[in-house]
Write a protein that binds this ligand. Structure first.
Ligand code: HEC
Length: 148
């Protein structure tokens, strides 16, 4: 193989890597949407979302627990002092009753870390008005690949 050929295959390899990474992100949010079916029994998300059994989940990351207007939270949730970010949410959704003892969210939790990654990617797409921002999470460990 001459130098030109070698360069060509390097470009091809890098190109394939980027396509694979791109597809990985898409799958995260798309698979998160399927996991959200479990939440949908109680929660709505998106531009027309309304409070139901549970509060609207728009713009979750960055807001304090218990802040959705018109929703009647348990005092356990309201007084938890939690700000929802990736770390607090991940702990919570693994086992809601352990993170907020006394919460009225009767959901046993998501046990599979991959499912938690995906639901985070899905929820992150929605800003506080329920519009999809198109933002995607970069799961830890893929940062290097992304730099390529
Ligand atoms: C059986 C009904 C039910 C299911 C299923 C459920 N939730 Fe909840 N969720 C609730 C209720 C009720 C609350 C309010 C808790 C409180 O006030 O103690 C809540 C609260 C929350 C909160 C806190 C919101 C805030 O504003 O502080 C988050 C985050 C949340 N749920 C995420 C989820 C996700 C993600 C799923 C799916 C993986 C899910 N929930 C599944 C009923 C449910």
């Amino acid at each position: 193989m001459n130098n030109h050929g070698r360069l060509r295959s390097l470009v091809l390899v890098l190109g394939a890597g980027i396509v694979a990474i791109g597809r990985g992100y898409a799958q995260d949010a798309a698979s998160g949407e399927k996991i959200f079916v479990q939440c949908k029994a109680c929660h709505q998300i998106g531009e027309n979302a309304k409070n139901a059994v549970g509060p609207v989940l728009n713009g979750l990351f960055g807001r304090k627990a218990g802040m959705i207007e018109g929703y009647s939270y348990s005092s356990a949730n309201k007084n938890s002092g939690i700000t929802w970010d990736e770390a607090t949410f991940r702990e919570y959704i693994k086992d809601p009753k352990a993170k907020i003892p006394g919460t009225k969210m009767t959901f046993p939790g998501l046990k599979d870390p991959k499912q938690i990654d995906d639901i985070v990617a899905y929820l992150k797409q929605f800003d506080s008005t329920g519009k999809k921002t198109g933002a995607v999470t970069v799961p830890a460990g893929r940062k290097f690949a992304r730099a390529l």
